[in-house]
Design a protein around this ligand. Structure first.
Ligand code: SF4
Length: 467
């Protein structure tokens, strides 16, 4: 029985975290097979919103072929005496949460990258029109965020319209993201936290600081501040920075206390600017995944839309699987586009001078933030397809990471007599289960394996060093 009598499926927090596999799906919206998709919230004047209205532009759910993947834009307009422009990203991020309250309706990711699935079971129960989804969203928004006095929702499946509106939405996202670019973490007294993704990743907490945008790329420091103000009991909260324990890694006593509390003691410390040393946890919503490439002692980054396998032989899905869940996995890291534009981007690991491989789509988007002398030295999938080619590429371009090889050649195993005191590659044993062993002529991916070891030494690797 539904909590809303006029809605054919149940709605409630218990459905958060539901997964709908392809064989069980009636239809999907967005996702990797659909280039045009978006969700956007706009704050309007009170007389500009027709409260409760749900509009559908293009085919409705019942008109879509079973098993099909469809383009979709969700556009929500809100109004209220206290609803300001600044709140748009905060309200928009809740679309993810509230969609996931609907039985048989799964929502992943955010902004230009959304991915939703409707289950066959929910469809059979009667969830066959966006009208129902729109009504549920409107009721939940008004109940959870009472500052919203009026709300209207538009679902767009018309491909041309989605494409055009997405272009506009991209400009709006960019303008929002640019707001904190001039501020440094040390210039503010407090950071903000987000635990919205704990339904999928119970130990995860995003730290929203001016120099570290959230993994999903949807919330920054300003958004954390706005959200904590309007909904103090909600998923965003203030984090007192406390003492700066390490300015290079970005470790703060207040952040450590917050992650310890929010992860129920599972995670004790996090660095804001390192993917090796006590890295920030990763949920599952990250825009891109960063991965260590031991053969060249460098970092690669690919995004969700990356097709095929990266230079290490793994697709996005396999690496995302190893990175997500709220874990702290040295060598794998959820990264947002905006964090790549930060002046503190992985600064403890070498920042951009440690990045050796990046998806061409990412390179294009963040080019202006990459140090100009490095742009041509950064390989993409168009330049290399395996680590041997990557090595040659980096050498031929004079990438700064090559200097590190001279200090400790990445693939030369130490001679027998020198091996008595090898330079250990310090990887926590738990993290090994997530590390692909892409050495030699074959690859082994350890998955769902627990290895207990007090210390692990990999002979031919070297310790990922701070710069
Ligand atoms: S990825 Fe982080 S900021 Fe984004 S919704 Fe999840 S917890 Fe919040």
């Amino acid at each position: 029985m539904s909590m809303f009598k006029d809605i054919p499926v149940d709605v409630g927090v218990i459905y958060e975290g539901q997964k709908i596999r392809r064989p069980d799906m009636q239809v999907e919206f967005g996702g990797p097979d659909v280039p045009a998709k978006f969700e956007l919230v706009t704050a309007r004047g009170m007389d500009e919103v027709d409260d409760g209205k749900v509009m559908i532009i293009g085919p409705d759910i019942k008109d879509l072929k079973e098993g099909s993947s469809t383009t979709l834009g969700i556009y929500i307009e809100v109004a209220g005496a206290q609803v300001e422009k600044d709140l748009e990203p905060v309200i928009e991020r809740r679309i993810h949460e509230y969609c996931n309250f609907i039985e048989g309706f799964m929502h992943l990711n955010q902004r230009y990258d959304v991915w939703m699935r409707l289950s066959k079971g929910a469809y059979k129960k009667g969830l066959n029109t966006f009208e129902y989804i729109g009504k549920v969203l409107q009721r939940l928004f008004k109940a959870e965020l009472p500052i919203i006095e009026k709300i209207q929702t538009t679902f767009i499946t018309d491909a041309a319209k989605v494409k055009a509106m997405r272009e506009e939405a991209l400009k709006i996202y960019e303008a929002r993201d640019a707001r904190a670019r001039g501020i440094k973490d040390e210039e503010v007294d407090v950071f903000y936290g987000c635990v919205l993704c704990q339904s999928f990743a119970p130990t995860h907490m995003c730290v929203l600081s001016p120099n570290r945008y959230s993994l999903c790329g949807a919330l920054g420091w300003f958004d954390g501040r706005a959200s904590a103000r309007i909904d103090p009991k909600g998923p965003n909260f203030k984090i007192e920075k406390g003492e700066c324990l390490d300015p290079v890694r970005g470790e703060y006593s207040g952040v450590n206390a917050a992650i310890k509390e929010k992860s129920l003691g599972e995670i004790q410390r996090i660095s804001l600017y390192s993917m090796f040393d006590q890295p920030h946890t990763s949920c599952g919503c990250f825009e891109t995944v960063g991965f260590y490439i031991p053969e060249v002692d460098g970092i690669g980054i690919i995004d969700r839309d990356f097709k095929g396998t990266a230079v290490n032989g793994l697709p996005f899905s396999a690496m995302a699987d190893q990175t997500s869940g709220g874990r702290q996995t040295p060598g794998f890291h959820g990264i947002s586009m905006e964090y790549m534009r930060s002046q503190r981007f992985l600064q403890a690991d070498g920042g951009w001078s440690r990045v050796v491989y990046v998806a061409s789509a990412i390179k294009e988007r963040v080019k202006a933030s990459i140090p100009q002398d490095l742009v041509d030295k950064l390989s993409t999938e168009k330049d290399v397809t395996n680590v041997e080619d990557l090595k040659s590429f980096l050498q031929s371009k004079g990438h700064p990471v090559v200097v590190r090889w001279k200090e400790a050649p990445p693939e030369e195993a130490p001679a027998e007599e020198e091996a008595a005191e090898p330079t250990p590659m310090m990887i926590p044993a738990e993290a090994l289960a997530a590390m692909p062993a892409a050495m030699g002529g074959f690859k082994i991916v350890l998955k769902d394996v627990k290895i207990h070891a007090a210390r692990l030494i990999i002979g031919s690797g070297e310790k990922p060093k701070k710069e």
